[in-house]
Design a protein around this ligand. Structure first.
Ligand code: F6P
Length: 534
């Protein structure tokens, strides 16, 4: 019997496991949780038991997680389909000695960080100006990894923000750039064009539009542009002066890139010192991930719990529910991080995956989600493992009643999911309201909660830059662990290419410049869109 079949059999048996019953073990909360620094990860409200966890850890060992981890941090070219190292961790390393092709990359990383810091200080202090004076607004134009991380981080660290207002444009839909630019004083606006490749059609189209808009009010728009890219050639072609171009290497994946120059908008908002704290938090998580035994290693445990629910118990989606408004964009960020990394059906060696690929990840902050989709989480027929997050203290209004209500709601949800409400209790409730007979029975059945629904909770004292860095790195490494166990390459994204290629071919069909034949459905849709414009 392989470990996969052993675990599948355990998952089948776990269908009859009562999560509440597992708490007959008075030490369960302690034994099925792990700490790192001031983070606590509780996974006791799941069907996992000691033997299951051992089997999952054996699975990680069998996949050579330890060896693969060493290879990643050591700069080996583990992104085999693109022939690249995977070294976003180098961007947050404070010492030297990370080699790619025999060359220490750390001096270059630190030099770039110093350059971004100098530029950020110039903008923040008013030494760098637009035509109309010091910079009041920054517009970051990028998409995917060149957008989602900085967007999330600027919101997460909003309480630390004391720099210019930072705005983000990502969608090629003209409504996005129009709405963001409207109302800004463009003579005092800095535009950052953020694109690893500097070829992404959405970003290049928005960048061109931003330049045209800027040209209407300033004499030399290029002066108010900066760029972040791996391609110095393309940024020069666009006309951005080299002194405001911040480069990075191909061993930083787009969705792992906010630790370097792609994080420029974050640094502009919160300042270099807070940005370095954010890096230091991530580095602390890197060290924990590398040095802690698998049984108490947070990223490993987060990954194993996720795989238990998805690959073995068959729960197809995973809800991420931060009870932290500042983490409102974390679910969107994780959608790219997890689904672009592990949404693959082919193993590293080209064979078809024998299990299911990564899960659908979705979520919203609490308590908003409670008034939207929690109905389904509690009483729908599909089981959705929930990943709750909550701080002991809020960044705004500290320990006020707002925060106590927020935290109480978070704990109440995981408790409700686990405990549920029996038909018997529901009948008692209806009887107390004076109902009888068939009507009592009918009304009671609507008020039953099946319960025994799994969840985990990540708890932390307060969302500081350091702690936020830890949390993001925790999720990055979780994705890595899951990818290693699945045997896939978590660092390429071939699945996004086909749609891009077809969009390029369809644009002239829509404009009428091409009459290339399409499938029947697409032809009908094109005809409708064209007719609507006549
Ligand atoms: O969506 C595909 C993708 O390549 C992502 O991986 C990447 O983060 C995004 O596009 C943006 O790419 P770039 O930074 O090169 O513009």
């Amino acid at each position: 019997m392989t470990l996969w079949t052993t675990l599948a059999a355990k998952a089948e048996a776990a269908k009859d496991t009562s999560i509440v019953g597992l708490f007959d073990d008075a030490d369960r909360a302690k034994n099925f949780s792990a700490r790192f620094g001031s983070l606590l990860f509780d996974y006791s409200k799941t069907t996992l038991q000691a033997d299951t966890l051992e089997a999952l850890i054996a699975l990680a060992e069998e996949a050579d997680l330890v060896g693969r981890r060493k290879a990643m941090f050591g700069g080996e070219k583990i992104n085999e389909t693109e022939g690249r190292a995977v070294l976003h961790t180098a961007l947050r390393r404070s010492d030297v000695g990370v080699y790619v092709d025999g060359e220490d990359v750390m001096p270059g990383v630190h030099a770039t960080l110093d350059r971004i810091e100098t530029f950020a200080n110039e903008v923040r202090s008013g030494a760098f100006t637009g035509q109309g004076g010091s910079i009041t607004d920054v517009v970051n134009i990028g998409i995917g990894g060149s957008d989602l991380g900085p967007v999330m981080a600027c919101q997460a660290l909003a309480s630390y923000s004391d720099g210019p207002r930072v705005h983000f444009v990502s969608n090629v839909d003209g409504a996005h750039i129009a709405q963001v630019m409207r109302g800004l004083d463009l003579t005092r606006t800095l535009v950052i064009v953020a694109s690893k490749t500097f070829t992404t059609i959405e970003t290049m189209t928005n960048a061109q539009t931003a330049r045209d808009m800027m040209a209407e009010v300033v004499d030399d728009p290029a002066v108010q542009f900066a760029a972040v890219s791996t391609s110095a050639e393309k940024t020069a072609e666009f006309g951005i002066a080299a002194e405001r171009v911040f480069g990075f290497e191909d061993w930083v994946g787009g969705r792992y890139s906010m630790w370097g120059p792609i994080g420029l908008p974050i640094m502009l908002a919160v300042g270099p010192a807070n940005f370095r704290e954010f890096l230091a938090g991530a580095e602390a998580m890197d060290t924990h991930f590398q040095e802690t035994p698998l049984r108490s290693n947070l990223p490993v445990l987060l990954a194993l719990v996720g795989m238990w629910h998805h690959q073995f118990c068959g729960h197809t989606t995973r809800a991420v529910l931060p009870y932290d408004q500042q983490l409102a964009r974390l679910p969107a960020y994780l959608q790219q991080l997890e689904m672009e990394s592990n949404g693959k059906g082919v193993a590293m060696d080209g064979s078809s995956l024998e299990t299911v690929s990564g899960p659908v990840v979705w979520g919203e902050p609490g308590t908003n989600g409670q008034h939207a989709f929690y109905q389904l989480i509690h009483q729908g027929t599909a089981v959705i493992p929930c990943e709750f997050m909550v701080a002991a203290e809020g960044n705004e209004m500290g320990r006020s009643r707002h925060h106590q209500l927020l935290a109480a709601n978070c704990l109440a949800q995981s408790q409700a999911l686990m405990l549920g409400r029996s038909l018997e209790t529901a009948r008692e409730m209806m009887a107390a309201k004076g109902l009888e007979g068939d009507e009592l029975e009918r009304q009671a059945r609507h008020r039953v909660f099946p319960g025994n629904r799994p969840s985990t909770t990540l708890v932390y004292p307060k969302l500081t830059p350091h702690l936020f860095g830890q949390i993001v790195a925790l999720y990055e490494h979780r994705v890595f662990v899951e990818g290693v166990i699945l045997g896939i390459n978590s660092f390429d994204q071939w699945g996004v290419e086909l749609g891009k290629e077809l969009a390029i071919k369809l644009e002239p069909v829509l404009t009428g410049e091409s009459d290339a034949p399409q499938d029947g459905s697409t032809e009908a849709l094109v005809a409708f869109l064209q007719d609507a414009l006549r």
